[in-house]
Design a protein around this ligand. Structure first.
Ligand SMILES: [Zn+2]
Length: 211
C-alpha cells in the first residue's frame, strides 16, 4: 500500500495521528545523528575526505589500526572494515598493527542517548584539529560508543554493522535519508540495524571513488 492510499483509508482523526506518527518517526531518526552535519535526502556523499590525489594515500589504499583488544577488533571492527573491500577497485581498507595508518578505530563512551558511533576527520596527523567535511583529511577516528550499544542491547551483528557504518563515513559516505516508506535497506542511514553495505551503499562508494 502506498503512503497516500494508507492515509486515505483512515478516518480524519486516525489520519492526523498517523501523520504525527510519521513526523515523530522522522524526528527520532534525526535524534540518532552521529555527527553534526545533518544530511538532506539528496546529499549522500561527503564532499571532502581522504584524497587519492594528495600523494599521501595513492589509490585510496587506507591503512587502519585499532586501539582496542585484539579480540574486540577481530570480532567487530575487522569484519566491519572488510565489508567495504572488493566493491570499488579504487578503495581498500588494510588493517595494520605497526607502521603508518590514517584511521584509528577506538571504543569510547557517550552521554548522548542513542549515539552509537562517530567518525571524526582530522586535517593534521594525530588528533589535532578536527577537519571540515569539505576538505581533504589526513587522518580519521572511527569511534564506537560501547555504553550506548550495550544499553540498546546490540547483538554482535549490530555492533559490526555500527562500525561498518562509521567506516562508511570515513570513506566519505554521508547519511542517506529518503522517504522512510520507500527507503531500501541501506547501511548509511542512522539507527540500530544489523546489515553490511547494501547495493545503495556500494553504488554511492563507486560514485565517490570510481568503480
Ligand atoms: Zn552516521
Amino acid at each position: 500500500m502506498k503512503r497516500n492510499q494508507f492515509f486515505n483509508s483512515l478516518s480524519i482523526v486516525s489520519r492526523l495521528k498517523a501523520k504525527i506518527g510519521y513526523h515523530l518517526l522522522f524526528f527520532s531518526i534525526i535524534l540518532f545523528s552521529d555527527y553534526s552535519v545533518l544530511a538532506t535526502p539528496d546529499f549522500h556523499l561527503i564532499p571532502g575526505g581522504f584524497s587519492p590525489v594528495s600523494g599521501k594515500i595513492p589509490s585510496l589504499s587506507i591503512n587502519w589500526t585499532y586501539s582496542t583488544t585484539d579480540s574486540y577488533a577481530n570480532s567487530y571492527i575487522v569484519p566491519a572494515a572488510n565489508s567495504w573491500n572488493n566493491i570499488s577497485f579504487q578503495v581498500s581498507l588494510n588493517k595494520v598493527t605497526s607502521g603508518s595508518y590514517v584511521i584509528n578505530a577506538v571504543t569510547s563512551t557517550s552521554t548522548t542517548t542513542g549515539s552509537f558511533g562517530e567518525m571524526i576527520p582530522y586535517c593534521s596527523d594525530g588528533s589535532g584539529y578536527k577537519c571540515n567535511f569539505n576538505k581533504n583529511w589526513n587522518s580519521a577516528r572511527v569511534i564506537g560508543y560501547v555504553n550506548q550499544m550495550t544499553s540498546y542491547n546490540f547483538t554482535s551483528t549490530q555492533i559490526i554493522s555500527n562500525y561498518a557504518h562509521e567506516f562508511g563515513h570515513a570513506l566519505s559516505l554521508d547519511h542517506y535519508l529518503g522517504d522512510p516508506n520507500v527507503l531500501p535497506a541501506v547501511l548509511m542511514k542512522q539507527g540500530k540495524q544489523g546489515i553490511l553495505p547494501q547495493q545503495t551503499d556500494k553504488g554511492h562508494l563507486i560514485e565517490k571513488w570510481g568503480s
